[in-house]
Design a protein around this ligand. Structure first.
Ligand SMILES: *Cc1c(COP(=O)(O)O)cnc(C)c1O
Length: 383
């Protein structure tokens, strides 16, 4: 079968000062976790999000772990986490010796359902991790109101939502703390990397201490607490600073891709549910994710395999946490998350996609959906 081309699900763009800044690290030999790019990158993210402080670290997962440690999460504690998310938040809660307590998803945005949180609060609950899934902001104001009322903190897992907005405010500025990831497929990347942002100076000091093995900043090799080596290198920060210089272009390109998908997939409404962007929010479109309706006679995995055959890479929606072996609960307890996970597929979403690429993906999907009823080759639209 001839293959037109390969369309990856994600693709980083390193089109600015990345090479120049990295060359500066190499030439100056500041390649480890000291150097001028680390504070510059931290400041640029803090300023962009509209918060006072930022601490760069080695990954989005270590950022979550540091944020939870800063909130004193420990053995015997419970932390509310959406069941429909990437595994990092649940794992980070476990790293602290605490227990993640799951909540089902909102059927429109697939984020944590604000109405199902309070019933999960017990005397052991310490806080709530809110994830902005695929870049659509969670409805966080009622969650913050609930948290204040019940004496809990809120951490935003904003790994997928740098640049997204909620009621005129940037994601990352809404909770007590927020965490970002700069893995290669995120809105901006440092290869691997993460950051914690907050308006609290005491939390910032605690996070810096824990990031650097717990060493007393005034006394070398004196460790008053057990810390971690979760540092970011100057090379990663150099890439990150260059990436931040181009963030508005990257977000605009993602939005344009989402608009093309909306246009070319709109005629397939009988087969697909397209992602929403609720009033008062701005999506980062980290991933353009669709749900397969029952009228599609293929399983989600057959649909993914069919697109892969046409050179279109996709991703299934995350498995809900409560179905993974370390967190296993009975199936059926979180029906919205299970249904989104069963039917959801993320389509290629990145800055380098052209309108022609999106039309090709839409044509492949149209062919696949109709092939489900008649065994016609779905690549009929190829030259
Ligand atoms: C990517 C991601 C993370 C973790 O980031 P890493 O940098 O890979 O550790 C955490 N949460 C969510 C929702 C993510 O998408």
């Amino acid at each position: 079968m001839s293959r037109r081309k390969f369309i990856p699900v994600s693709h980083p763009v390193l089109a600015g000062n990345e090479a120049a800044y990295v060359a500066e690290c190499l030439q100056s030999s500041w390649i480890s976790s000291l150097g001028r790019f680390i504070p510059l990158f931290e400041q640029s993210v803090a300023q962009y999000c509209g918060v006072e402080h930022a601490v760069a670290c080695s990954s989005g997962t270590s950022a979550l772990h540091l944020a939870l440690l800063a909130c004193d999460v420990g053995a015997g504690d419970e932390v509310i986490v959406p069941t429909l998310t990437y595994v990092a938040a649940a794992n980070a809660v476990r790293y602290c010796g605490a227990r993640p307590v799951f909540v089902d998803a909102d059927p429109d945005t697939w984020n944590i359902d604000p109405h199902r949180i309070e019933e999960k609060i017990t005397p052991k609950t310490r806080g709530i991790v809110v994830v902005h899934l695929y870049g659509h902001p969670a409805d966080i104001d009622p969650i913050i109101e609930l948290a204040r009322r019940r004496g809990l903190w809120v951490i935003e897992d904003a790994a997928e939502a740098l640049g997204a907005e909620y009621r005129g405010r940037r994601i990352g500025s809404l909770g007590d703390l927020a965490t970002f990831s700069f893995f290669g497929n995120k809105v901006i990347t440092t290869g691997e990397g993460g950051m914690v942002v907050t308006n609290s100076a005491p939390l910032t000091d605690k996070i810096r201490l824990l990031r650097g093995q717990g060493m007393d900043p005034q006394r070398r090799y004196w460790f008053p607490v057990i810390g971690y080596n979760y540092r970011m290198t100057n090379i990663q920060a150099a890439i990150g600073l260059a990436q931040m210089e181009q963030i508005s272009a990257r977000l605009a390109e993602r939005r344009r891709v989402a608009e093309w998908y909306a246009r070319y997939l709109e005629p397939l409404g009988q087969f697909l549910r397209l992602p929403v962007e609720r009033d008062g929010v701005r999506h980062s479109f980290w991933m353009y994710t669709v749900l397969l309706k029952d009228s599609v006679k293929l399983t989600r995995d057959e649909f993914i395999a069919g697109l892969a055959q046409a050179g279109v890479e996709t991703r299934p929606v995350f498995y809900p946490m409560h179905l993974l072996p370390p967190y296993q609960e009975a199936e059926g307890r979180y029906p919205v998350a299970e249904s989104v996970a069963r039917s959801g597929v993320s389509l290629p979403t990145h800055s380098l996609l052209t309108e022609e690429d999106i039309r090709y993906v839409a044509d492949c999907i149209a062919g696949l959906c109709s092939r489900a009823t008649s065994p016609v080759c779905f690549l009929h639209n190829q030259a």
